[in-house]
Design a protein around this ligand. Structure first.
Ligand SMILES: Nc1ncnc2c1ncn2[C@@H]1O[C@H](COP(=O)(O)OP(=O)(O)OP(=O)(O)O)[C@@H](O)[C@H]1O
Length: 415
């Protein structure tokens, strides 16, 4: 019996010992592989998983009311993974690396492609933008994020992952990134016809035709509709304005500047955390500090008035709109606002419908504004000259009412 007990103790000790040695060997092997993975820069792609890392759709602003976009922050997996030892976290990253598929460019590649960063095409709040020709022969735009950025590389990569997931013909899609030498760069599709602002404000000789303006409005609406309803998690843009609408070779409009942290951007009031661009910011957001999809709708309404009037939103456009609205009655009167550069060449009915739609978008009460889905539907019908009657029927049947002086029935709308 005693011999049996001794054997049992001996056997257990050996078993535990072998188990510990085995576990240590496995841990060492995983760490070794992980290190090798981290070293292999050349083929590395962005790898943090959005559903495991808190995604700051637009900075660390916790007031964002778009609960869906904060979904990952509270997901059970976040806390599960955040307690993981570093070596296992590294292994997890490796396991999802191949799924990311966002090309990584080296600093040298982009340095060469931009002729040593001499091909500057503009400067935004994030930093300079360069035109570049990459090795495939494709022309791209390289946005260098400001070097004083407080954003860490991991946060940057998380955002790149989010941006890389967003693909739509009306978005300026991300083509790659670079995170090297303390610099963060984003590589975008090049938009050869510049910004909508540059076309509206006399920088280009030819004024935009009315039909093109309607098409641009619809393009932008579709891009925003995708961000609000097609993206997972949904994305609120937070800075819709004419300089963030870019035009491609075929004058197709695409929404730019979505999904990047806004903490570096100019706050409207130094004492508050309100972000956005003067002239476009939802007044309800200013008073509540809560940003919703409807805040994007407000900015889109301002953009529609900009398209109709050719007036700069940052130069008292909305005061002018309120003045013109006083003379609007029974769907008529918005023609007063028409851009003089159109020289009267526009469809009065279409312009009046667009005026009514825009006015609903800028309703001070956010829940009375239409959703981007409703806006796309309305603009698609406005665009078809013979379908204004159909448009009226659709708007009536879908319970919202395009009442120029009134508001949308909020039964279809949401925050
Ligand atoms: N993909 C692109 N293709 C062509 N030009 C671009 C592209 N992205 C940006 N630009 C140009 O670079 C300039 C700066 O753009 P950026 O988006 O950084 O700033 P912004 O939108 O003008 O201002 P802010 O950062 O305050 O919103 C703009 O003139 C824009 O037209």
């Amino acid at each position: 019996m005693r011999t049996f007990e001794l054997g049992l103790v001996f056997g257990t000790t050996i078993g535990v010992g072998v188990g510990i040695i085995l576990a240590m060997a496995i841990a060492w092997y995983i760490m070794y592989r992980n290190k090798r993975f981290d070293r292999s820069h050349d083929t590395e792609k962005v790898c943090p998983r959005a559903d495991n890392h808190p995604i700051r759709i637009h900075g660390s602003d916790s007031s964002t009311a778009l609960s869906d976009s904060n979904h990952s922050r509270d997901s059970p997996r976040t806390s599960e993974w955040s307690n993981m030892p570093q070596w296992l976290e590294g292994l997890r990253r490796k396991s999802v690396a191949s799924a990311c598929g966002i090309p990584k460019y080296s600093y040298k590649e982009l340095q060469k492609a931009t002729w040593n960063f001499t091909t500057n095409i503009g400067e935004g709040a994030f930093g300079p933008v360069y035109k570049a020709q990459i090795t495939t022969g494709q022309t791209v735009a390289v946005k260098v994020l400001a070097t004083d950025s407080k954003q860490g590389t991991m946060e940057f990569l998380t955002e790149v992952l989010l941006l890389g997931r967003l693909h739509h013909r009306n978005l300026v899609n991300l083509m790659g990134y670079c995170a090297e030498r303390g610099l963060h760069m984003l590589v975008y599709v090049y938009m050869s016809n510049g910004s909508l602002a540059s076309h509206l404000y006399n920088e280009k000789p030819e004024p935009l035709t009315w039909n093109l303006r309607v098409q641009i409005a619809l393009d932008v609406a579709r891009g925003l509709e995708y961000l609000h309803y097609g993206a997972v998690p949904p994305v609120v843009h937070r800075d819709i304005k004419s300089s963030n609408i870019l035009l491609d070779h075929f004058m197709k409009a695409r929404v730019a500047d979505f999904g990047i942290s806004r903490q570096e951007k100019t706050a409207l009031h130094s004492s508050s955390d309100i972000k956005g661009t003067f002239g476009y910011v939802d007044p309800e957001y200013i008073s509540t500090s809560i940003f919703t999809k409807k805040s994007d709708v407000y900015s889109f309404g301002v953009l529609l008035f900009e398209l109709m009037s050719g007036k700069n939103a940052q130069k008292n456009l909305m005061e002018y709109v309120e003045f013109v609205a006083l003379g609007v009655e029974d769907n008529e009167g918005w023609e007063e606002i028409a851009d003089p550069r159109l020289e009267g060449k526009f469809d009065v009915q279409q312009l009046n419908f667009m005026g009514g739609l825009a006015y609903n978008c800028v309703n001070p009460v956010s829940r009375k504004r239409p959703s981007m889905r409703e806006i796309v539907l309305a603009l698609s019908e406005i665009r078809k000259p013979r379908n204004l009657e159909t448009y009226r029927v659709i708007t009536e049947e879908t319970t919202f009412e395009l009442d120029l002086q009134g508001t949308f029935d909020s039964s279809l709308t949401e925050r």
